[in-house]
Each structure stands twice: as C-alpha cells, then as structure tokens.
Write a protein that binds this ligand. Structure first.
Ligand SMILES: [Zn+2]
Length: 161
C-alpha cells in the first residue's frame, strides 16, 4: 500500500474509487492521505508523520484496495440517500401516471405514500414501475402478500365490507 505515498498513484486510486461509485471526502487531519465514503461506510488511508508508512481503516478500504491490486471489479454500495432520491423519482412518476389517490381505498394519499408491488416481490414480481402502484402504508400492509387475484377482488370491494 506504500505506493499511495506517490501522489500520482494516490490520484489514480482516488479516480478509480470515484469511477466505481465512491464519494471522495476531504481529509480531516494531515495524516489522512485519502478519505472516502460508500453505502457501507467510510474508508481512510493514513500515513505516518514522516510519510514512510501507510495504514488503512474501515472495511471499505480493505475491500477496495484488494480489488485495486488484484484488478478485480469493485463497486461502492450506493448510499441510502441516493436510494431515497431514486424512490422519490419513482413516487413522482407514479403520481403522474395514476393520480394522487390510494390504489386500494381510493382516498387521497397526502403525505402517507408507500410503494406497493402489485405482484409481490416474494411471488417473483419485478422491481419495475409497471408492477408498482401507490397506496397508504396501512392499505399496503393490509394487502400484504395476497395474490393478484385477491388484490383485485379486494380493491373492487374496498369500502363495501
Ligand atoms: Zn388507502
């Protein structure tokens, strides 16, 4: 890992991390050569004061460094925030497609929005917009892992029970 004392090698490693989805952070002390973040946590590479030795901390550095030296693929896990942003995009698109009422009870969703997989993931339903509708959290829970047929029947008779 001492090659990271060479600024050019360090820059190459940084660029590789970034290209594979890691977020490069500013060092928080003069001993830090590199600090980065992924969905699995923070990775830091340190040097000693006279810049002769390198050490690392965080699982992510071990995994990334191993892939770097063995030239095997490595991807930073996405951060939760970016999953949240993706979810927001899906919700927006579904509101536009289906309107602002709950798919099951047909009452306005308001802020209480959950994404329901019409064919449940556990029944092999795809994680794709074509298989998603918006519901209240409570309504989503109520349909649980019903079959599609049961869901349709439930939707048709909702409010009449
Ligand atoms: Zn509802």
């Amino acid at each position: 890992m001492r090659e990271l004392l060479d600024p050019e090698r360090l820059a190459a490693f940084k660029a590789w991390l970034e290209a594979n989805g890691a977020e490069i952070r500013s060092p928080t002390s003069p001993y830090e050569l590199l600090r980065f973040r992924t969905g699995r946590g923070i990775g830091v590479v340190y040097s000693n004061a006279d810049k002769t030795k390198v050490s690392k901390s965080g699982y992510e550095v071990f995994a990334a460094w191993h892939s770097w030296i063995t030239r095997t693929p490595w991807r930073a896990a996405p951060r939760v925030a970016s999953i949240g942003r993706r979810r927001q995009g899906v919700v927006k698109a579904l509101l536009k497609r289906d309107g602002e009422n709950c798919f099951y009870c047909k009452e306005p969703l308001g802020e209480d929005i959950s994404i329901e997989h019409f064919v449940a993931r556990t029944h092999g339903g795809p994680n794709h917009m074509a298989n998603m509708v918006l519901t209240h959290h409570k309504c989503n829970q109520e349909v649980g892992h019903l079959s599609v047929r049961e869901k349709i029947t439930l939707r048709e008779t909702w409010g009449q029970k």
